[in-house]
Design a protein around this ligand. Sequence first.
Ligand code: 8IG
Length: 277
Amino acid sequence: MSAQPEGLYTDPLGTADSAAAQIAKRTGIASHDLALVMGSGWVSAADALGAPTHEFNADEIIGFLPPSVAGHSGKIRSYEIKTATGVIRVLVFLGRTHLYEGKGIEPVVHGVRTAVKAGCKIVILTNACGGINTDYRVGQPVLIRDHISLTATSPLIGAHFLDLTDLYSKRMRTIVKGEDSSLQEGVYVHWRGPTYETPAEIKMMRAMGADLVGMSTVPEAIAAHALGAEVLGISLVTNAAAGVTGEKLNHEEVIAAGKAAADHMGALLKGVIPKLL
Ligand code: 8IG
């Protein structure tokens, strides 16, 4: 079911406000604390958080488009995570809208804007990606330290000259590495897709200093930061980028590699979330 009005994104922040109000009404929770955006293959990592108190289809909320890719499920869940001193309300987005869907940048960032309007001070963005850095193995999680945008688009409009020097919070990266000292950090490059890169493009990206390549996360990180949220990005390397191994890239293999690593990711997230707030 999807009934989205005309002119949905003429006032994107207003639409995000309305969406946040709808989520508050549906969950009975006036304010959430932390948002988690789960990329393809990360759905079972969300299951490690326990049973959600609420779950609904994202497209029942204003501004959310129906999912267009297999493996991107389009659900919103609310979780209550108990800590020593109280509870943390976590809003989880299973699936996201990507630039390659051709709907423009607004639906791509609507989820994180809604999350911040719903009260979230921290946004954790996860994704599945290709590994450019030849030290990475398939199934390895990597913390995003910085990004390179190759899409020539931004979610911000107008003279909003936002500083991005600590976009992927050093504070939170340090906490996560304290939880799992084997975690590495890398630079994520945003590629519009839907085609994967050519081997020559991967060589260019490596020369530019990129370690990871994917089709998400960067616009969401910028939009969340612009609204004052602190951002953590975690990439799951689900394939070697084009030309690295000589194998062709295959969407089904990507989904399978994501699923295999998701249990470990779920445990990591569950352990670390109480320490971030
Ligand atoms: I999963 O190799 C996944 N997403 N651009 N390149 C790009 N996006 C990806 C890749 C990849 N793997």
